[in-house]
Design a binder for this molecule. Structure first.
Ligand code: FAD
Length: 499
């Protein structure tokens, strides 16, 4: 049987970090198994990401019915670079208070304890060196020019009296800002570009694409290796030190469950032999609920050259406490929710609930372990999230009606002027809601009985097995998730290699 010191499952955002960092030690052999293959050329082109959704670089998941909406498409990258190779490239940390809350259930994971790893992961020169990295593998920058819709958005937020910040990833984590993007020389710069590709010529690193891991192999309580499918044949591999899961917030719990690691009642109901009783596997999946106000434009706006989202705002609604609760962003496309008709030419202001309370799950499908997972991100599952989103909708409309948009605005297409009273607004939000493409929490770290990994990211009760991806996050950060996953994976590598 093929044998390596470390076997990493998935070459997504986290897997690329682990591959590069673990193979820095020339005496350690590292195998990375990735289900996808290198993506189409369009993955490098920042503005092309919406075209990749539903194609070969996307797992093509769908959710269960959400709120008042039907099943939602739930994209996830299936290629080296993972979801970070098909996403919108936004590089944003959540508010520090959110990480400090992680530390209540997962001691050691406060913002200040994570900060060295945020810094290690990024190259964001010219920023406050106390808080930002300037020599890491992820190249980060703000484009020099901006789409007129993004400019109008920033102007409108300021005109409405909300704050602005120079660096949302720095000291002032509230206000409107130009998005930092993981781009370099006009091209996408995913973790595959920053970490994996520069390490490929190391003799101790082996990367196998088109290799889908189908089961973990346990001897007693030790994970010894795994099985995977490649070119139609079943292969085995042994890990002498550790298997590290980096298959993402859907892929990692799904692999554990199909291997017999999870809630025994669920496993028995799906006729999967129980190898380990870990009831938290697949629980607590969640994401930012997203909705949008869509405008019909006067004429045809110029096509965007970056990732279509170039300006963001983390703001406090009247319901907020000591930190922003609503995320707003401009979209230079008339991004209409599934199931709604929208204008041909237009733009949108997106609304996100920054710290959602709704929780869902990842489960095995009814037709055996090979069936697609059943995914419920729990969007608007908690009434508090609907109330926050309603505030966000009001704020987005306030901005969209501002004078800064006068040259562009023909009419509000969605929800439309007739949607005014609270019942109609709630109905729109429940029908329009979609996931923020940042699932987390399905293999939560912590010390309580539902935690799947301990605070060193070791799967509880099993030796030789860790998880180092978005699934371990106890709660979604108040921002898109990729920058946080980079930091968590950097820290995982340091824990594993005992730096
Ligand atoms: C369309 C889209 C847009 C996004 N935009 C942004 C954004 O602008 N900013 C931001 O911060 N975040 C964004 N995100 C979210 C961000 O990309 C993710 O949070 C992040 O990539 C999660 O990292 P991960 O390593 O946990 O998982 P992933 O990056 O998803 O990596 C998991 C990898 O594991 C592989 N895999 C899964 N199962 C198996 C298996 N059984 N065998 C072998 N390989 C397997 C997958 O193919 C994949 O390559 C976006 C996501 C999507 C889908």
């Amino acid at each position: 049987v093929d044998t390596f010191d470390y076997v990493v499952v998935g070459a997504g955002t986290a897997g690329c970090v682990l591959a590069a960092r673990l193979s820095e030690d020339p005496s350690a052999t590292v195998l990375v198994l990735e289900a996808g293959a290198d993506g189409p050329d369009a993955t490098a082109v920042p503005a092309s990401w919406p075209e990749l959704l539903g194609g070969e670089a996307d797992w093509g998941h769908t959710t269960t019915r959400q709120a008042g909406a039907g099943p939602r498409r739930y994209p996830a990258g299936r290629l080296p670079g993972g979801s970070g190779a098909i996403g919108a490239m936004l590089h944003v940390r959540g508010h520090r208070a959110g990480y400090d809350e992680w530390a209540a259930g997962a001691p050691g994971w406060s913002y200040s304890e994570l900060l060295p790893f945020f810094k290690r992961s990024e190259c964001a020169p010219g920023r406050d060196p106390a808080l930002r990295g300037a020599a890491g593998p992820t190249l980060v920058g703000v484009p020099e020019t901006h789409h007129p819709i993004a400019r109008a958005f920033v102007e409108s937020v300021i005109e409405a009296g909300y704050p602005a910040t120079d660096d949302i990833n720095g000291a002032h984590q509230e206000g409107v800002h130009w998005a930092e993007l993981t781009m370099s020389d006009g091209l996408r710069h995913s973790a595959a570009d920053g970490y994996l590709r520069p390490a490929l010529d190391r003799p101790n690193l082996t990367v196998r694409t088109r290799a889908r891991v189908t089961g973990l192999r346990l001897r007693g309580s030790r994970c010894e290796g795994l099985t995977y499918l490649r070119d139609g044949s079943r292969q085995e591999v042994r890990a002498t030190t550790e298997v590290v899961l980096a298959a993402g917030a859907i892929g990692s719990p799904h692999l554990l469950l199909r291997s017999g690691i999870g809630d025994p009642r669920h496993l028995r109901a799906r006729a999967v032999p129980v190898l380990a009783n870990l009831p938290g596997v697949g629980r607590d999946l969640h994401d930012h609920p997203i909705a949008a106000v869509v405008y019909e434009a006067v004429g045809e706006p110029v096509p965007g050259e970056a990732g279509h989202i170039e300006a963001l705002a983390a703001l406090r609604s009247p319901m907020a406490g000591d930190r922003p609760d609503v995320g707003l962003f401009s979209v230079d496309l008339p991004a209409r929710p599934t199931g709604f008709a929208g204008p041909e030419h237009g733009y949108a202001i997106g609304v996100a609930v920054l710290t959602p309370r709704g929780r869902g799950s990842v489960r095995l499908g009814r037709c055996g372990p090979d069936a697609p997972p059943v995914i419920d991100p729990g969007l608007l599952a908690d009434p508090a999230d609907l109330a926050t989103m309603d505030e966000g909708l009001r704020m987005a409309r306030e901005l969209g009606a501002g004078t800064a948009f006068t040259d562009w605005r023909k009419a509000e297409a969605l929800p439309g002027d007739e949607v005014g009273d609270p019942a109609a607004r709630h109905e729109y939000l429940r029908r329009a809601v979609t996931g923020g493409a940042g699932p987390v929490g399905s293999c939560r770290m912590g010390t309580g009985p539902d935690a799947v990994v301990d605070t060193d990211l070791r799967v509880r009760g099993i030796t030789g097995l860790r998880i180092a991806d978005a699934s371990v996050l106890p709660a979604v950060p108040a921002a898109p998730v990729n920058a946080t996953v980079l930091a968590v994976a950097e820290r995982a590598a340091a824990l594993i290699a005992r730096w």
